[in-house]
Write a protein that binds this ligand. Structure first.
Ligand code: IMP
Length: 183
């Protein structure tokens, strides 16, 4: 099987992806770099561009991941802008925006994009429903301390088995089903 690179600047994502994919018999290497992130309302379009940029940099089969946290009460915000929003107002800002409401439903979406040359990109999307916590829990990374997956009482930050529920695991499962079949 040819080498497969997970291209990202986020080592947390890679660590989780490596662990998840190894359970499906797929090995990945980290190629650490920052990818071009276009402005778009569509996660798929962002993921597609990122995958093409990643292939251009690595010149080997690559996967990239693009995620978004969509909060119902905020009409899907931050969605495709999740990274920018995390870096600016952060978890504190999100909790503040939801201060006066009980409507805390949200979903975390992950798209895995695979590219092995040209403009041919395969997308694998999955999402997990959940809620935004009312206080920021300790631990985890990114939005982990405020996202409670459906059926759980703790946030991602405090679940020892995050991989069982995560948006990342669900999209990687779809990818590996396709990838293993293809090889
Ligand atoms: P990105 O644009 O794909 O890097 O992701 C959007 C935002 O969601 C970034 O701020 C990530 O740190 C965050 N994010 C993605 N996946 C997770 C996760 O599993 N836990 C916590 N935050 C995440």
């Amino acid at each position: 099987m040819s080498e497969l690179y997970f291209v990202s600047s986020n080592e947390h994502k890679f660590e989780e992806a490596e662990r998840i994919l190894s359970n499906f018999g797929v090995n990945i290497n980290l190629f650490k770099t920052t990818l071009e992130e276009i402005q778009s309302n569509s996660l798929s379009k962002i993921a597609e561009r990122k995958a093409i940029d990643a292939y251009t940099k690595v010149q080997k089969p690559v996967i990239i991941e693009d995620d978004g946290l969509f909060i119902d009460y905020l009409e899907g915000f931050p969605g495709p802008y999740s990274s920018y929003v995390y870096d600016t107002i952060g978890n504190k800002g999100i909790i503040h925006l939801l201060e006066n409401t009980e409507l805390r439903d949200a979903k975390f979406v992950a798209i895995i994009a695979y590219c092995n040359g040209g403009n041919d990109v395969q997308l694998f999307e999955a999402s997990i429903s959940g809620k935004i916590a009312s206080v920021i829990e300790k631990g985890g990374w990114g939005y982990d301390p405020i996202f409670i997956p459906q059926g759980e009482s703790k946030t991602y930050a405090n679940l020892s088995d995050k991989d069982k529920f995560s948006h990342r695991a669900a999209s990687l499962k779809k990818f590996s089903d396709w990838f293993m079949h293809k090889h």
